[in-house]
Structures are given as structure tokens and as C-alpha cells.
Design a protein. Structure first.
Length: 445
């Protein structure tokens, strides 16, 4: 099989897309005033349909004004937070070796490019997040008496984008506060959606998911080891080792540390095949890295089934503290736990109203909710970056102009706007440098 087949298909698709765009342009079908125009390499497919709906939804002026004012505050907090994380990342990167340096694909939050984001769940969540993000801009724009010229989709954006095109003249004539409400609306929408989907996932798991046993979950069994020879399998749960309960990973590791090679130990574990706890005696091998220690031949997850359930239901209630619980929730994909499927789903059974439903269908639904929450949180944070043309870049421009207005009372409105625009450019350059720093600096060592 051709090892470059994927690249060849991608190149052929790009060439075909370019030919189609060129043919449309030659035929006069693409232009700023037409229903199809270009935004960089992407096609903007525009329509005036939907503007009446934006008018209807935007007539609740007081609600949208209050909500978008909250959005401005949230966007400011998110902006400081994400820039702070970039600074911390830049400092940490100075201590990394070239082998430890992250790849560029890990910094791009797009399904199919980022190795952590699954294509199916990621595309669904990204499309929903982008569409509702853009609709929020349109609704708030109309509530602030700013016109909307068109709505539509962006084609040839991975996988597909959406836009709401505000009237440039109305935006320029609007006060900074009104412009900022429109800019912050998308960030607010993504954070609100993340909270809604998080709550839906929490309620679903809390009412339906029960761990099969209290212990540590087996992620992998190494062939030709004591565990494999006694039919331990991924999805089983270690309950105790040599009569020492193993409710946590640290308890399991402590119990293993006290074993010796070629000595029998008694293991109690939940056998996923039989659906009940099982007792067995194992003759351990020698640990490859420490010959005085017994070796079972399994890898366990960093979160026990009980801890994983807690993380999905309410991570801030983690026994390790709310900050650790929140981080655990965020990095479930990095820990290869989310999307939840085999063997992770084997740690649980369904109860309550959904006890008789298909576990496979249940976990697909739960995974969709998780990725909808996760991707909307990512969209909200990334759009808060002070980087033009993101929402955060537009907000930073007006933040800088507002601060300058208090310090430089004699400056005209045009002078303040010029200062804000320059400040936004400087901030954008600094953000790009911070982003590049984490990938370049470790590789210079």
C-alpha cells in the first residue's frame, strides 16, 4: 500500500478545490457583493435568510445587554487566564528537552489535526459550538441596533465554519461598549454552552452510572505475564492484593511494593467476563526494573472507576481538591480515558431509569455531551485571546482605548481608536511569540 496515499488524496482535494474556486471566479460568481465571496482560502456562502429571526430574538434588549455585559467581564477574565497560561507554558518550555517539546499539531484545536480530539465527536462539537457562537454575535448585534448584512457558512475551514456579517458602518459608529457587547457575545455563548453540556453530562452520569467494584481499573494486560496467565483482562477491577484493599492507585502500588517475585499472592478482583468478584492465587514474576519486587504484568488507569465517575459528575468534589479535579476533567482525553469506550466502560453498569438501555448507546451519548462541553470551553478560551481578528483582539483594542481615555483626557476619539488598534497589534504579536516559543525554544537546546 502506498505510504503517501493520505497526502496524495489531500493534495488532490486541495487542487480540485482550487480549480472549482477559480472556475467560479472566472464565471463572475465570486465577489464581495455576491452570495459567494472569499475570506482567505475559505469560501463564504452568504444568505440574507435568518436575519428576521435574529431581529425577533434580539428584541429582548435588556436581557441581551445584561448578558453581554457579563460576557465582557468573563472574556476579560478568560483573556488574563489564557495569557497567564501561555506565560507559564513559555517558562516551563525552557526546561524541556527537544524530545519533550510539544508538536505543532497539539496546539491546533481541530479534529483530525490535534491527536487528542477524536474526529467524529470533535467535528460535531466544533460545528455546534461555532454555529451558536456566531448566532450569538448576530442576536446581540441586533439588540444593540447594529445591522447584520448576511449569515452563512465558511467552506474549506476544518471541517466547516459559520459567520454572521455585521454592518461595518454600524459597528464603526457604535460606542465601544456596544461593540464590545457584540464581540463578547460569542465567548459568553461558548462558556454558557460548556456549562449547560457539563450539567447535562453530570446529571446523566450521576443518575445512571455505578462502578462494578471499589478498586483500580486494569487498562492493559501484558502478554506472557502472571496476569495474562490467570486470565486477567482490561476492564477488570483489582479489589485487594494479599488481603490489602486497593481503593486507590497509591494503595495498589503500595501493596505491589510489598510483594516479592516468585511468591504467591492472593488477588481479589471483579471479573468483567463473569460479572462477579473472583479470588485467585498468583505466582508473581520479577519486576524488570526492580528484581526484588513482584511483577503482575498490568497497567492501571490513573483514576479509579469511582474517581472517574466523580470526575464526570462533579470534579470540584475530588478528594484531591477542586483544582486537581478540574484538571482531571480537562485532561481525560490526554489520559486516553475520553471518549469512554472499551475497556473503560466495562468498569460500570447502568442503573436507575436507564438500567435496561444499551451501554454502547449510553456512552456514545455521554461522550457527545463531554465533547460538546470540552470544545465549547476551548472555543471560549481561545476566542478570548488578545489576538486580532479573534473576539479577544477586538475587545483588547477597546480595553486599551478605554484605559487611554482615562489617562490621556485630551486625546480625541480618533486618537484613542488609533492607540487601541496599535495596542491590539502589539498584543497579537506577543501572543504569537508566546505560542511559537513553546515549540521553538525546547528544540534549540
Amino acid at each position: 500500500m502506498d505510504p503517501y496515499l493520505g497526502y496524495e488524496i489531500a493534495l488532490a482535494a486541495v487542487v480540485a478545490y482550487g480549480l472549482v474556486v477559480y472556475a467560479l471566479w472566472r464565471g463572475g460568481r465570486i465577489g464581495p457583493e455576491r452570495n459567494i465571496s472569499l475570506l482567505g482560502p475559505a469560501l463564504m456562502l452568504k444568505t440574507g435568510r435568518g436575519r428576521a429571526a435574529l431581529d425577533r430574538w434580539g428584541r429582548f434588549v435588556r436581557f441581551w445587554t445584561a448578558a453581554s455585559d457579563l460576557g465582557i467581564a468573563l472574556a476579560a477574565v478568560a483573556m488574563v487566564t489564557i495569557v497567564g497560561l501561555l506565560v507559564v507554558g513559555a517558562v516551563v518550555s525552557t526546561r524541556l528537552t527537544p524530545a519533550q517539546a510539544p508538536s505543532v499539531s497539539e496546539a491546533i484545536g481541530l479534529p483530525g489535526i490535534n491527536p487528542v480530539i477524536p474526529i467524529g465527536y470533535g467535528i460535531l462539537a466544533l460545528v455546534i459550538g461555532i454555529v451558536l457562537h456566531e448566532l450569538s454575535h448576530g442576536v446581540v448585534a441586533r439588540s444593540q441596533k447594529i445591522g447584520v448584512k448576511s449569515l452563512g457558512i465558511l467552506w474549506c475551514v476544518v471541517p466547516v465554519g459559520a459567520f454572521v456579517e455585521q454592518d461595518d458602518a454600524d459597528m464603526a459608529a457604535a460606542s465601544r461598549r456596544r461593540r464590545d457587547r457584540v464581540a463578547a457575545a460569542g465567548v459568553l455563548a461558548n462558556f454558557a454552552l460548556a456549562a449547560v453540556f457539563f450539567a447535562a453530562l453530570s446529571g446523566l452520569v450521576a443518575s445512571s452510572v455505578v462502578p462494578n467494584a471499589t478498586g483500580v481499573g486494569i487498562a492493559y494486560v501484558e502478554p506472557n505475564t502472571p496476569a495474562a496467565n490467570h486470565s486477567l483482562a482490561a476492564g477488570d477491577i483489582i479489589i485487594s492484593l494479599d488481603h490489602n484493599a486497593t481503593p486507590t492507585v497509591s494503595a495498589f502500588e503500595t501493596a505491589i511494593d510489598h510483594t516479592r517475585p516468585f511468591k504467591p499472592v492472593e488477588l481479589t478482583y471483579y471479573n468483567v467476563s463473569s460479572g462477579r468478584p473472583t479470588n485467585a492465587t498468583f505466582l508473581l514474576a520479577a519486576n524488570p526494573s526492580n528484581h526484588s519486587r513482584g511483577y503482575l504484568g498490568i497497567a492501571v488507569y490513573g483514576l479509579t472507576p469511582g474517581q472517574l465517575r466523580q470526575t464526570l459528575v462533579w470534579p470540584f468534589g475530588s478528594s484531591s481538591g477542586p483544582a486537581v479535579g478540574a484538571v482531571d476533567w480537562l485532561i481525560l482525553p490526554l489520559a486516553t480515558i475520553e471518549p469512554i469506550g472499551s475497556p473503560t466502560s466495562s468498569f460500570f453498569h447502568l442503573s436507575g431509569p436507564l438500567a435496561g438501555s444499551s451501554p454502547g448507546a449510553f456512552w456514545i451519548g455521554a461522550n457527545i455531551l463531554y465533547w460538546l462541553a470540552w470544545m465549547n470551553l476551548l472555543l471560549g478560551l481561545s476566542n478570548a485571546l488578545p489576538l486580532v481578528p479573534l473576539d479577544g483582539g477586538l475587545l483588547f483594542r477597546d480595553f486599551a482605548a478605554s484605559i487611554a481615555a482615562r489617562v490621556r483626557a485630551g486625546w480625541t476619539s480618533a486618537h484613542l481608536d488609533e492607540f487601541g488598534a496599535r495596542a491590539a497589534v502589539v498584543a497579537s504579536v506577543l501572543v504569537l511569540l508566546l505560542l511559537a516559543w513553546q515549540f521553538v525554544v525546547p528544540r534549540l537546546g
